[in-house]
Design a protein around this ligand. Structure first.
Ligand SMILES: [Zn+2]
Length: 252
């Protein structure tokens, strides 16, 4: 790898953690129905407005050693973790998909999945605004991949329609409405092959991880599906085509 490529990847990571700190704002404010664009950042403990140098993603947390400079209250580990995870997601996407328009969309898509996963895990609800954002990303992805428009259009319905039927049959007990909207947007974004793969991966992750959590940590019986679906979809987006090719070759 040459030094220019290294610089580009460092830039992607820094951009990723910067957007990650915006995701923290979304995670805190969207469920509380607060504005995500107005209102200065402040310490949630003493209300002190943060200076610019206390808002540098990841580095501020390390420099402040995880405490507010004014009241010394402990700053939630959520902040650096979300920032670092988002930086790593963006790095993984760009590393595997290259510097392409689709990869840029895929970065935003990954950030949306991360944000809704944390919100869903906490509140058991996927905010409609994030589903709408994913749907818009899906529309743009379909437009820049116009020669495969059928793949994207079928993807819009491939999982969401069966889930909607289950939703109707079980009167909303079998599946959440938020999951259906999410799968519609993700399907439009990825196309039908990857959304089908992503959905089944998500179900597999949910089964394995949730049963493990239930066994060891006495986790709740009801599960928020969003984080598992998101993980399955993210893996399918990055490795799905390679996996499908490998699978089809087994039979040819
Ligand atoms: Zn404080």
């Amino acid at each position: 790898m040459d030094s220019l490529a290294v610089m580009m990847y460092i830039f992607v990571f820094l951009l990723g953690i910067t957007v990650g700190s915006f995701l923290n704002v979304c995670i805190l404010r969207i469920p509380a129905h607060e504005s995500i664009v107005t209102g200065p950042s402040h310490c949630t403990s003493c209300g002190k407005k943060l200076k610019w140098y206390e808002l540098v993603p990841l580095f501020s947390f390390l420099a402040l050693r995880g405490h507010c400079s004014s009241c010394k209250a402990r700053i939630s580990l959520q902040y650096p973790i979300i920032e670092a995870v988002n930086g790593c997601l963006w790095l993984a996407v760009i590393f595997l998909k290259g510097f392409t328009p689709f990869a840029a969309l895929a970065c935003l898509f990954s950030s949306a999945l991360l944000t809704l996963s944390v919100i869903d895990a906490r509140t058991r609800e996927i905010p409609p605004g994030i589903s709408l954002f994913v749907l818009i990303l899906g529309l743009i992805a379909a437009l820049i991949d116009l020669r495969n428009w059928q793949t994207h259009l079928i993807g819009l319905f491939a999982i969401s329609l069966p889930l909607y039927l289950i939703f109707q049959l079980t009167q909303g007990k079998g599946i959440g409405g938020g999951d259906i909207k999410l799968m519609a947007g993700c399907g439009l974004f990825l196309g039908w092959k990857l959304i089908v793969l992503g959905f089944f991966l998500g179900c597999a992750f949910a089964t394995v991880i949730h049963l493990t959590l239930m066994a060891f940590k006495k986790a709740d019986r009801t599960l928020s599906f969003g984080p598992y679906l998101s993980l399955g979809i993210f893996v399918a987006m990055l490795f799905g085509h390679a996996f499908i090719d490998w699978y089809l070759h087994l039979f040819m």
